[in-house]
Design a protein around this ligand. Sequence first.
Ligand code: GAR
Length: 203
Amino acid sequence: MSSRKRVLLGVLGSGRGSNFAAILSSIVSGRLSASIAVVISDREDAGILGLAREAQIQTVVLRQGRYRTRLDPDIEEELAQYLRRFQVDLVVLAGFLRVLKGPLLTAYPRRILNIHPSLLPAFKGKEAWKQALEAGVVETGCTVHWVEPEVDSGPILGQERVPICPGDTPESLHARIQEAEHRLYPDVIQRVIDRKLWQRIHS
Ligand code: GAR
């Protein structure tokens, strides 16, 4: 184990970055003892990049490849190299909408966290809040889990329940789930760090 104290996070996102903002605010307020080394996106117009730049955090935009839902293997390898270069200890997926296949999972085994907007194993995949509404369930929620090769299936580290209210639209329900995400994700990351559920691979 190195003498470097703070755990370095690498945050990956494709969207507006509200989970990134919640993690950053937990760090700034001292509730989360980590630092964000880099924010990486597959979309150059992603809001998460603007938020990171405002906070003077390094950003990287991945090359566009042949696929929409996953990364070309050489681009995923480049992603792993960026994370190593920034000495990232834990990879935090915060609305990263590409499925990770081989290279990153090999480079960061049991060091990649994801947040999903449902109570897994229910409603895996895209727009889980819409799936919950269409299924007519009375509650849904969000889940933080380790990333494994099978999508939305790795070991669960934490969940928060969210009620579905009469008259909910996809937008109102997703907004309520996101409020829960913003509480849950920083808490789980801190728990992972406290319990040493990962091992530092860079010194
Ligand atoms: C979050 O609601 C997250 O759970 C979801 O994307 C949103 C990103 O929002 N992720 C997935 O659906 C992954 N399957 P953000 O950019 O505001 O953090």
